[in-house]
Design a protein around this ligand. Structure first.
Ligand SMILES: O=C(O)C1=C[C@@H](OP(=O)(O)O)[C@@H](O)[C@H](O)C1
Ligand SMILES: C=C(OP(=O)(O)O)C(=O)O
Length: 446
């Protein structure tokens, strides 16, 4: 499916979906435990993949439909709204050996977190995913599971899925690079809590995407699991039990970034976009508020009310370090194309290891739309302002964040912008196009 986007003015109130990162962790933590109701989960393709993995390990996962909103009658809840809760009966500490292959679909978080869980099984688990996921790096985590006494192999011996993992790894100290994916650390912390000895994780290189580990530690604390920072990294004591009757998921700041960017570049004169569900949490991507503020946007965050209000203003280029916030790169690149002057996005090499190489993909698409960009291994510079963007066909590359960011660009490009692969927003923001249309965007999907 393609999205067709024409110049638009937006205004009004919108609620971003619940956090993908918190939902994954809450479902898996509930799986490690005995039973938890996760309220206000993100009901999208990626957390559903984590739910299937919990079931494969012997848990039971039930997505509670959103009552009358179950428009298609399939019991999965209604369209964009999705389920209002997930009831998880855990596998009680030790994951069982799965009966079948675990399909992690498009979800890197699922594959990484489930790899460490699979390392605890007595037998072997087989993990796979779609073409994108089967091209992403898993090698350092496989080495870590092996150094903890488990078995962890890439079937193609290239450090990528399909993976075969199991043979009851145990706890001790493990060294792992920090600059490929923080999800390796999250995975080992979550699994380490139920080993006998716990796991001490020594980082061999600087940790990128560090706030995601803090999200993990926050969720684990809410499930009664202690973790510690150490001089070299992190430690989780063993022999712990996951326990929480109920867990409420906060709103997702990565998803909010598209709505806020839309308001900053395309809010109607004298009007604004108000994004609800924006309560402070450990999410590094709340930095989008500061980035927009530094670019000169008319933005205010009422943290108590959980509301961010943004109106249109002339934006100016800034330098942004995305070491902690890789998922903001597509949004910031689009803002940079609209802003006057240069926007330098630095510390970005790890953004190449996502659903697609987002540094290269954004450079290609923004150039196609008429912006001037300079791409380096570790950075993307967008020379904005000189020429207006002109609508054309740009490729979503099967990547939800590219589709959403490029749709925002389409709001201000002259003529029509076609974004291919619009259906991929289902990975993290199933109601994205409905939400944009409610705000007044001329964006149709067919
Ligand atoms: O743990 C998480 O929930 C995530 C961690 C980040 O990945 P990396 O740690 O691989 O950079 C981020 O890009 C991803 O969207 C979600
Ligand atoms: C990279 C992402 O997620 P994951 O790593 O879970 O595929 C993302 O949502 O942008």
């Amino acid at each position: 499916m393609d999205a067709h986007v024409s110049p638009s003015r937006v205004a009004g109130r919108a609620r971003a979906p619940p956090s993908k990162s918190y939902t994954h962790r809450a479902i898996l933590a509930a799986g490690y435990g005995t039973g938890t109701t996760v309220t206000d989960p993100l009901d999208s393709a990626d957390p559903r993949a984590t739910g299937r993995a919990v079931e494969a390990f012997g848990g039971a996962v039930s997505w509670v439909p959103a009552g009358d909103e179950d428009e298609d009658g399939d019991g999965d809840g209604g369209g964009a709204g999705g389920a209002t809760a997930v009831e998880v009966a855990g596998f009680g500490g030790r994951p069982g050996t799965p009966d079948d292959v675990i399909d992690c679909a498009n979800s890197g978080t699922t594959m990484r977190l489930v790899t460490a869980a699979a390392g605890l099984t007595d037998g072997l688990a087989v993990l796979t995913g779609d073409e994108s996921l089967r091209s992403r790096p898993q090698g350092p985590l496989l080495d870590a599971v092996e150094s903890l006494g488990g078995r962890a192999e890439s079937t193609r011996r290239n450090g990528q899925a399909p993976l075969v993992v199991g043979d009851a790894m145990a706890g001790e100290t493990v060294a792992i690079p920090g600059d490929v994916s923080s999800q390796f650390v999250t995975a080992l912390l979550m699994a380490g809590a139920v080993t006998e000895e716990g796991i001490e994780i020594d980082l061999e290189t600087e940790l990128k995407s560090a706030p995601y580990v803090e999200i993990t530690r926050e969720v684990l604390a809410d499930f009664g699991i202690d973790t510690e920072r150490t001089e070299a990294g992190f430690r989780v004591p063993g022999g712990q039990q996951y326990e929480a009757d109920e867990y409420a998921v906060p709103g997702d700041f990565s998803s909010m970034s598209y709505l806020l960017a839309a308001g900053a570049v395309a809010a109607a004169d004298g009007e604004s976009v108000v994004v609800e569900g924006a309560r402070p949490s450990a999410q590094g991507d709340s930095a989008i508020v500061d980035v927009l503020d530094r670019m000169g946007a008319d933005i205010a965050w009422d943290e108590d009310a959980g509301e961010i209000t943004v109106g249109a203003a002339d934006l100016a280029g800034v330098e942004v370090d995305v070491g902690d916030t890789p998922d903001l790169l597509p949004t910031i690149a689009v803002l940079g194309a609209v802003a006057d002057g240069e926007t330098r996005i630095v510390n970005a090499e790890h953004v190449r290891y996502k659903e697609t190489d987002r540094v290269a993909a954004m450079a290609e698409s923004l150039e196609k739309l008429g912006a001037e960009v300079t791409e380096e291994r570790d950075s993307l510079t967008v020379h904005g302002g000189d020429s207006a963007l002109a609508g054309t066909t740009v490729h979503g590359r099967g990547d939800h964040r590219l589709v959403m960011a490029l749709t925002v660009a389409g709001l201000v490009a002259d003529g029509e912008t076609t974004v291919t692969g619009a259906e991929h927003v289902d990975v993290s923001f199933p109601g994205f196009f409905e939400t944009m249309a409610d705000l007044g965007a001329n964006a149709t999907v067919e």
